[in-house]
Design a protein around this ligand. Sequence first.
Ligand code: ATP
Ligand code: MG
Ligand code: MG
Ligand code: MG
Length: 475
Amino acid sequence: METAEIRRRFTAHFEAAGHTVVPSASLLLDDPNLLFVNAGMVPFKPYFLGQATPPYARATSVQKCIRTPDIEEVGKTTRHGTFFEMCGNFSFGDYFKEGAIELAWELVTKSQADGGFGLDESILYPSVLDGDEEAVALWKRITGLPDDRIVRLPPKENYWSMGVPGPGGPCSEILIDRGPAFGADRDWDAGDRYLEFWNLVFMQDELSAVRSKSDFDIAGQLPKKNIDTGMGLERVAYLLQGKANMYETDVVFPVIEKAMALTGKTYGKSYEDDVRFRVVADHIRSSMMLIADGVTPGNEGRGYVLRRLLRRAIRNVRLLGYEDPALPQLMPVSRDKMGETYTDLILDWDRISRVADAEEEAFRKTLAAGTQIFDLAAGDVKKAGGTTLAADKAFALHDTFGFPIDLTLEMASEAGLDVDEQGFRSLMTEQRERAKADARAKKGGHADLTVYRGILDASGPTEWLAYSQLETESK
Ligand code: ATP
Ligand code: MG
Ligand code: MG
Ligand code: MG
């Protein structure tokens, strides 16, 4: 079943059940805790928090999401993208646990001929928060499954909150058993064997304190109970398309095919190359979607995330053996697939491609200037029998050639070396202090702008970490 058809069936199912169809919001909503929208519920937050009255009691959406903390997983697990689409249904004080379970189970198990996904019941495992006997009883009654097919999971997995006082509640995830090739029997943590593809959040509690994912105080029950669910569109797509992972779906794989044609390498032959192909396909798509929503490459915050995604895509194509400009070849392939849903990609393509191509050109200059220096330094370390690239080398690469530290870290790790990262950070701090002192010495507060450049460059990678840690809303 094509991704477009899965999207259509999801929406039709919930529309028929009285939900208002709400289009995806931009990836860039104003939210002090979030760099990007990372779940379907984010645009509805004011309704869940009681700050605004929803114009409907039930809604459904397919929301664009970016999860920067998942960047390291991309290509290595079968199921994490930096960009993905979350299909969701929401109840604002309307139906609760029973309705949510019924609606999800019906769509998942109804035959494809009748408009459902037709997934095989015998390999589906609903999970609940350990102790949520109300949910256990409902799952058993609605699905007819025996008790031992309902998986009890701890709060770390199945309790949802926003990481701050406010609404919270137990979750139920629907897992599908992908078989022994993906992990051990009943090892729920082997995330690729028991693949979670739909998460139902039963928002029922009022939390007075949240100290961690499993340590919080429930002050009482919410006056109005809500439902928030999220089904990964890509995850269902690769399940229904009989593919191994989310990078091989009808929407994402064409970029891998194009990358094969450019590099002359074949996907499916070596693990290392396959990870690179998947990183390329994922990052091309997420950076394109970010540019479409108005992000431009920069040295901090959102712009830095975009820069890092573009540069990682470009470097991975190079590592696969293609040295010419890659984005003009690859991004249009992703545009043609995603443009069916997000028509602004087509309408605004001139601007989007210009932003991407300019960044590639700048990055190619950076690489041309610094790669030789890096190779020399790395060669010296190895010749001397060492394993660590010294801080002053990493600093010189940054200061003179504009190599961000994470580029140096990645290249070093490819060369089998560590980097004295702590030493690098102290050199950066020293430079920042010097710059501040210089600025103070200048008259009348007309500080030299290059000073700020230095600070921005320095804070880039730090921002990256800080922001990804702020993304606490993962369910
Ligand atoms: P996982 O445990 O696999 O990381 P999650 O529990 O973090 O997933 P949720 O926050 O519950 O995911 O999001 C709801 C649904 O969105 C998931 O069940 C999954 O289908 C999908 N999803 C979450 N993260 C990603 C991602 N990085 N790439 C693709 N789909 C995702
Ligand atoms: Mg999970
Ligand atoms: Mg996750
Ligand atoms: Mg989940």
